[in-house]
Design a protein around this ligand. Structure first.
Ligand SMILES: *Cc1c(COP(=O)(O)O)cnc(C)c1O
Length: 370
C-alpha cells in the first residue's frame, strides 16, 4: 500500500478488532501479574533486548502506546523495527553508547550536523572520539575501532545533501546512521540506500505541531536489541502521551510534508531573486526547509517577522526562522562552523502550512527592513 495509506493505518491495524477508533493510551508504570516464575523468565528475555510480544511488565521496558508508534515508524521507514526514546539526542546517545560497549568507540562523521550532535561528537562526552570527514573521505577515515558513521541529509542548517548510497558503500561493514529528521520517510528512506540506522528527532516533523518531544531509531532487530538494553538501563524512554501524539502526527505526515514542501520550493524560487538575499539553499529532494544568506543583518530579519515564528526547532505547522550562528549551531567551534559552510549571514527557515503569499509578504517586509 502507498505511504499515505500506511501513515494513517500503521500502528492501528488492530483497532477495529479492539472495537475502538482512537489509539488506546496506556499510562501504567507497572503491570500486575500473579505468576512470578513466568515474569522471571520474561525478564531474562528482556535483559537481552528481545521483546516477546506479551503483556508489559514495567514501563521502562515497554509501553503499548509507544510500541504502536515504534511499529508505525518502522513500517514507514521500511525497517524491521524501531526503538523510541525521550528525545532525538537520547536516541543518538544510545547509538553512540552501543558503539562504546561493543569496543568500537571511534566515530566517523560528516559535517555539517545538527549543532548538539556536533557538540556531542566533538566533546566525546559519551566516550566516543570522532574523525570529521568529507562525504567522499569516509572510506579512508575508517579504522579497526570505528563503530559508527554518522551523516545527516539534507544536513542542518545548510541543507547539503549527502550521497547516502556512496557513504554506506564506503563504510563497508561499519553501520551508517542517517539522521533523517529533515527528509522524513516521505522524501527519503535511508534503508533503501543501504543505511543500517535511521534516526529521527521525532520532535520535528513526525510530531509536527511543536508540542511533543521524542526520538526514534528505525533499524534491524539485531541492532534494536542493543538499543533496548541500553534504554532499559539508561531510562531515556518516550512517555506514552508523547507516543500517542507522535502516532497521531504520523497520520498527517505525508500531507504536511507535501504541502510545506510546495510552499518552501516556491519561496526558495522567489527568494533567489530578492535583492537582500545573496544565496538560497534548497535541497534537490525538496522538503520544508529553506536556508538563505542575506546581505543585511540576519538577526534583524528574525526580529522583524510577524507571521513567521522567530524560534529554533522546525517541522511544525507554523513557519519558523532562526539564525544558526546565534542559536542551533552556536555550540560548534567557530572555525568548524565556517568550514561547514555555516556563514554568519545564514538564516534557516522551516516552512509550515500558512498561505504562501502571507509568508512571502512577511519575509519580504522583514528582509527590506533589515
Ligand atoms: C532537533 C534535532 C536533533 C535533536 O533532537 P531533540 O529531539 O531536540 O533531542 C537531532 N538532529 C536533527 C537534525 C534535529 O533537527
Amino acid at each position: 500500500m502507498a505511504l499515505d495509506t500506511r501513515a494513517v493505518h500503521a500502528g492501528r491495524d488492530d483497532l477495529v478488532d479492539l472495537g475502538v477508533h482512537a489509539v488506546p493510551l496506556d499510562f501504567s508504570t507497572t503491570y500486575p501479574a500473579r505468576d512470578s516464575a513466568a515474569e522471571a523468565a520474561r525478564l531474562d528475555t528482556f535483559a537481552t533486548g528481545e521483546m516477546d510480544g506479551g503483556l508489559p511488565i514495567y514501563s521502562r521496558v515497554s509501553n503499548p502506546t509507544v510500541e504502536r508508534f515504534e511499529s508505525a515508524i518502522a513500517e514507514l521507514e521500511g525497517c524491521q523495527t524501531a526503538v523510541a526514546f525521550a528525545s532525538g539526542m537520547a536516541a543518538l546517545s544510545a547509538c553512540l553508547l552501543a558503539s562504546v560497549v561493543q569496543g568500537k568507540p571511534h566515530v566517523v562523521a560528516v559535517r555539517p550536523l545538527y549543532g548538539t550532535t556536533d557538540h556531542l561528537l566533538e566533546s566525546g562526552l559519551l566516550g566516543t572520539f570522532v574523525t570529521w570527514a568529507a562525504a567522499d573521505e569516509v572510506a579512508s577515515a575508517i579504522r579497526p575501532d570505528t563503530g559508527l558513521v554518522v551523516v545527516e541529509s539534507p544536513a542542518n542548517p545548510t541543507l547539503t545533501e549527502v550521497d547516502i548510497a556512496a557513504v554506506t558503500e564506503a563504510a563497508g561493514p561499519v553501520p551508517v546512521l542517517v539522521d533523517n529528521t529533515f527528509a522524513t520517510p516521505v522524501l527519503q528512506r535511508p534503508v533503501e540506500h543501504g543505511a543500517r540506522i535511521t534516526m529521527h528527532s521525532a520532535t520535528k516533523f513526525l510530531g509536527g505541531h511543536g508540542d511533543v518531544m521524542g526520538g526514534v531509531i528505525a533499524c534491524d532487530e539485531e541492532y534494536a536489541r542493543v538499543l533496548r538494553q541500553l534504554r532499559f538501563v539508561t531510562g531515556g524512554v518516550l512517555h506514552p502521551m508523547a507516543g500517542y501524539l507522535l502516532l497521531r502526527g504520523l497520520s498527517t505526515l505525508p500531507v504536511r510534508i507535501r504541502a510545506a514542501s510546495a510552499t518552501a520550493a516556491e519561496l526558495a524560487r522567489r527568494l533567489a531573486d530578492h535583492p537582500k538575499v545573496e544565496r538560497v539553499h534548497y535541497p534537490r529532494i525538496g522538503g520544508a526547509l529553506v536556508s538563505i544568506e542575506v546581505t543585511g543583518d540576519p538577526c534583524a530579519v528574525v526580529s522583524e517577522v510577524r507571521v513567521i515564528t522567530p524560534a529554533v526547532s522546525l517541522g511544525s505547522v507554523d513557519s519558523l526562522i532562526q539564525h544558526p550562528g546565534s542559536l542551533t549551531h552556536r555550540i560548534m567551534p567557530p572555525d568548524a562552523r565556517e568550514d561547514a559552510g555555516i556563514s554568519e549571514q545564514l538564516l534557516r527557515l522551516s516552512i509550515g502550512l500558512e498561505d504562501v503569499e502571507d509568508l512571502w509578504q512577511d519575509l519580504d517586509q522583514a528582509l527590506v527592513k533589515a
